[in-house]
Design a protein around this ligand. Structure first.
Ligand code: EPU
Length: 421
């Protein structure tokens, strides 16, 4: 297992390019199952979750070719509708194959994803939506067994706005008979990216970028190509690296309108931002960081996927701040590790109260999940001395070689391969 060794305290400066969005790729890739032939996804990030989804699609019969961030998926010869446990256990987003398989092939057997490192992550909304569309769904021996002659359009009201359920129903509805209306649909840009891709395939979708999506099913879709949107979470993580080290950095190839909540909070915390189309320059003008509370919310609110990184940032702010996660109530596995680096944070239910400290001090810390690991790397960049972040495979799931981007900005960070647990 690899680890990062970070010698903290270097001010970051320079420019980096942001990669394609992991969570967009994970929705776009299974959409290739809706057609027979070659789909092309541009700006696909090279990261482990993309490789895991590739392996699952290969298992179903999709042939893939991945070069220079262009992912080609040939779904002409699907040989299985079965997503086994050994694939799904590695990544919950594997459940995205359910909607396309049942709508195109009338059958799907998909392992139930189960919980994740920070608690339960139900998929009831995916299943209830498909049932409303006429699917016959059984749970048996840890698997979802879904069957339908042809799905039919339905009015689906989500009690909670869910990215995954919106994506799954959107893909299923594209080939259903009749019109599906999704109320309280997720507004996340990754879902809009998926909807645009489906439209390029010939799907009829109205209401993109609103919380009501109307999909008029068609009999067949055709192959298409699309650009994957930039990763707003990678972008936010790197901006915080600049802010925490009082640096001056520029990130390129972003959609700044996807990042309004994070950019505005960075300004509140004392950063100077120069925002242009596709580019943000951050200058941490002050030596002190102003404390600034956040509460995570669905898009366009502050993303839960930036909560851990913000917590690390506020650890070094002046005064006290509160970080509340309303999307996942127990997503605080990074806190005890940040405390090992000298942070003063207490967690009470779904809020962390952070009393800013003057400095963090390097130590060995353990990654527990993707965004928790990102927060530890950020803290390590700002800490005095050496921080070792163990188990960086969590980070490799969702960031494309983040150490290379940080090195390019002048960080002292090294990957040590095959080291201790
Ligand atoms: N929920 C339900 N029932 C469902 C589905 C969701 O109650 O059937 C609840 C969840 O428990 C949660 C909320 O709805 O409280 C939102 O969950 P959502 O379904 O939107 O999450 P997801 O689709 O499983 C995606 C991202 C996550 C990100 C969340 C929230 C992908 C592949 N994953 O997950 O990304 O945290 O949306 O924005 O798109 C990450 O990248 O680190 C990550 C975890």
């Amino acid at each position: 297992m690899d680890k990062f060794v970070i010698r903290g305290g270097k001010k970051l400066s320079g420019q980096v390019e942001i990669s394609g969005a992991k969570n967009a790729s994970l929705a776009l890739m299974p959409a290739s199952l809706l057609v027979s032939g070659n789909s092309k996804l541009y700006n696909t990030p090279e990261l482990n979750d993309v490789y895991t989804m590739t392996k699952l699609l290969n298992h179903l019969g999709v042939k893939t070719n991945f070069e220079n961030h262009v992912l080609e998926l040939d779904s002409s010869n699907i040989i299985s509708q079965d997503a086994p446990y050994e694939h799904v256990k590695k990544m919950r987003a594997s459940v995205y194959v359910l909607g396309p398989l049942i709508t195109k092939y009338g059958t799907a057997r998909v392992s139930l994803p189960g919980g994740c490192a920070w608690g339960p992550r139900p998929i009831n909304l995916h299943l209830e939506g498909l049932k409303k569309m006429g699917a016959d769904i059984e749970l048996n021996e840890g698997y979802i067994i879904a069957k339908a002659k042809r799905l039919k359009g339905a009015r689906i009201n989500f009690d909670v706005s869910s990215v995954g359920a919106t994506g799954n129903i959107l893909m299923a509805a594209a080939l259903a008979k009749g019109t599906t209306i999704i109320n309280n649909a997720a507004l996340e840009p990754e879902i809009s990216n998926l909807a645009e891709f489906l439209i390029k395939m010939g799907a009829r979708i109205n209401g993109i970028n609103t919380s009501t999506l109307e999909i008029e099913g068609v009999d067949e879709l055709h192959t298409a190509e699309i650009d994957t949107i930039p990763d707003r979470i990678e972008a936010g993580t790197i901006l915080i690296a600049g802010a925490l080290t009082h640096g001056n950095i520029t990130i390129k190839n972003i959609s700044n309108q996807h990042m309004n909540s994070v950019l505005s909070k960075l300004e509140d915390s004392g950063c100077n931002l120069n925002i242009n189309n596709g580019l943000v320059s951050l200058g941490a003008a002050y030596n002190s960081i102003k404390s600034s509370d956040i509460t995570t919310a669905i898009y366009p609110g502050f993303p839960t996927d930036m909560q851990a990184q913000w917590t690390a940032y506020m650890a070094l702010a002046e005064g006290t701040s509160t970080v509340t996660d309303t999307i996942y109530l127990d997503r605080f596995k990074h806190v005890p590790e940040l405390v090992r680096l000298g942070a003063n944070i207490t967690v009470n239910e779904n809020s962390a109260v952070i009393k800013g400290v003057k400095k963090l001090t390097g130590a060995k810390v353990m990654s527990t999940d993707l965004r928790a690991s990102a927060s530890l790397v950020l803290a390590g960049l700002a800490a005095e001395g050496t921080t070792e972040v163990l188990r960086v495979y969590h980070l490799d799931r969702g960031y494309q070689k983040i150490e290379k981007k940080l090195l390019a900005l002048g960080a002292d960070i090294e990957r040590v391969e095959g080291s201790e647990y």
